[in-house]
Design a protein around this ligand. Structure first.
Ligand code: UD1
Length: 369
């Protein structure tokens, strides 16, 4: 019998909204749990504000690993997380998404024979140049319970030879957070704070290494934004990586002079939900935002060559446009002229995913007793 608590792992910004609903559900069921933050993201506006907005308590354990190369960051999480696992002997660990903290903790669990559940399993971009794709493949190959958001996830896992009993389709837990908080986000003052008028606007996020670490790609995207900005104001809350690259490449002046651009630092969860839910369109290279816009029915242009979330294209409002200047401009113009397909919300993106995951976890830990 494994007597220990459930460990819930968060590390980076896109993890927080995936763990919050599960934390709450397990708490309701009085399941002992440890909320562990690796510290991969550490700025208040990348981390603390999400705990506040999502009503999560201070983490029980904070590893404080911070930034570093992939090897260092992953290794540092592993070293620290191993000590915690040995100390607390968890009955199961839950990791989410595809960041370095996800794969690091899954690896530690596999070596210590601690059952590990992966939320958002099965997603594949089939692009191994993306660090997240490596994290996804490794995490799924060693985690015990693979909790998928959509049928394509099940299919990818089957194609990799994963046995049926490890695959559990539970839906999209990020949409639990979205549906729970959308009403509260209406109280946000972000529009006033950023001086955004009542006219239609677009929201832009950009942080993928393939877009912002490569100067040529970055410049192609900026050229597109200079044209799109002539037609619709663009609100751009900037990721720290992107800000660093802009400074490195000496692009500050060029970015600031994009017509009608509204620049800000990273937005908190409620402010960001307020921004996107009132926007006319979203341009992004984020994974989660492709799903949130599909759930909200807002047109999304994904500035990448591929997506690990094809259901947002096939059923939702997403279009993959890469970083070609002309294609970004013409796709934005299509949306502005009203020539857009409306999508539908995928099955099980219904706000009840945390309940389904909690059922599976409780069944698993009670069967171990
Ligand atoms: C990470 C994830 C990515 C996710 C993104 C969301 C990996 C491999 N990548 O990328 O999948 O989409 O988070 O934000 O795990 N920095 C700060 N303050 C912070 C955090 C980062 O200034 O709180 C800066 C540092 O200069 C750091 C850089 O951002 O080196 C990159 O951070 P890192 O965690 O390595 O990767 P992200 O680009 O944030």
């Amino acid at each position: 019998m494994r007597p220990g608590p459930v460990i819930l792992v968060v590390g980076a910004r896109p993890n927080f909204m995936k763990i919050a609903p599960l934390y709450e559900e397990l708490k309701k069921r009085k399941i002992p749990q440890i909320l562990l933050h690796t510290g991969q993201h550490y700025d208040d506006n990348m981390s603390q504000v999400f705990f506040d907005d999502l009503g999560m308590p201070k983490p029980d354990v904070y590893l404080g690993v911070g930034s570093g190369s992939h090897a260092r960051q992953t290794a540092n999480v592993m070293v620290e997380f191993e000590d915690i696992c040995i100390k607390h002997n968890p009955s199961i660990a839950v990791v989410v998404g595809d960041v370095n903290s996800t794969v690091a903790c899954a690896l530690v669990c596999a070596k210590l024979c601690i059952p590990c559940a992966h939320v958002e399993a099965g997603l594949r971009s089939f692009d191994r140049k993306m660090p997240e794709e490596i994290n996804r493949i490794i995490t799924d190959s060693i985690a015990d319970i693979l909790l998928t958001p959509s049928p394509d996830g099940d299919e990818n896992l089957r194609n990799e030879g994963v046995s049926e009993e490890r695959i559990k389709r539970v839906g999209n837990i990020m949409i639990d957070s979205l549906l729970k908080n959308i009403e509260r986000s209406k109280k946000s003052t972000i529009h006033n704070d950023l001086g955004i008028s009542n006219d239609p606007y677009a929201v832009l996020t950009l942080h993928r290494p393939s877009n912002v670490d490569d100067e040529e790609s970055f410049r192609r995207i900026l050229a597109a934004l200079e044209s799109v900005g002539e037609k619709i104001p663009i609100v751009f809350p900037m990721h720290p990586r992107t800000k660093n690259r802009i400074e490195e490449f000496g692009l500050e002046q060029r970015v600031a002079s994009i017509p009608n651009i509204v620049l800000s630092g990273p937005a908190g969860y409620l402010d960001f939900m307020a921004l996107i839910s009132n926007s006319h369109m979203v341009l992004t290279d984020s994974g989660g935002l492709q799903e949130e816009t599909t759930a909200l029915g807002i047109p999304c242009l994904t500035l990448r060559e591929n997506t690990e979330r094809p259901i947002t294209v096939n059923e939702g409002t997403n279009k993959i446009v890469g970083n070609d200047t002309g294609i970004i401009i013409s796709s934005a113009e299509e949306i502005l002229s009203g020539r857009i397909e409306t999508g539908r919300v995928p099955e099980l993106w219904d706000g009840r995913t945390a309940i389904r995951i909690a059922d599976i976890i409780v069944e698993r830990i009670t069967s171990q007793e």
